[in-house]
Design a protein around this ligand. Structure first.
Ligand SMILES: [Zn+2]
Length: 166
């Protein structure tokens, strides 16, 4: 069953009920990302499944967004489509995180409901480049040469000298 997700979630309760959610959320809600975004419009699409893997409550799914970051080289815009697989396991402590199977990232949950936006934001941040930069940034290109100057052929001064020596 796919339904709309509340803003604050209790991942343990949702996992017990095997709930699934699909939806979107404005990029402007990703408060920690605002500084690195050049454009704060648009939506983050997500699909999240809550369930159990052994004794762990897990969240799997996908988050996707078309973000626009600022190139740290030329300060121009970079289109940055993100599509990240979510694979989280809910843990109560850092020690518990060490027990997780390798395919899961720990999600620390201390019984206070978590804003859904935080989980999605975390996933996006992990998927983004640390230093956004164009693959072939214009600022690195050698300066474009103007139209070629026509240099008139000049006689080689040495050739003249050679003649005089004869
Ligand atoms: Zn650039």
């Amino acid at each position: 069953m796919v339904e709309h997700l509340p803003e604050l979630i209790d991942p343990l309760a949702l996992a017990e009920k095997n709930r699934q959610f699909k939806g979107s959320m404005p990029v402007s809600k990703m408060t920690r990302m605002q500084d690195i975004l050049l454009r704060r419009e648009g939506e983050v699409r997500f699909e999240l499944r809550f369930g159990k893997d052994g004794k762990f409550a897990v969240i799997t799914g996908r988050v996707e967004a078309d973000l626009e970051l600022q190139c740290q080289c030329c300060l121009g815009p970079i289109a940055c489509p993100v599509s990240s697989r979510v694979s989280l396991a809910v843990v109560g402590s850092v020690d518990e995180a060490d027990l997780l199977p390798g395919c899961y990232e720990p999600l620390l949950f201390d019984k206070a409901n978590i804003p859904l936006a935080d989980i999605i934001q975390e996933e996006l941040l992990l998927a983004l480049p640390t230093i956004p930069q164009h693959g072939r940034c214009e600022a690195y290109k050698p300066k474009e040469k103007g139209p070629k100057l026509e240099i008139p052929e000049r006689p080689n001064p040495f050739a003249v000298l050679a003649k005089l020596k004869k």
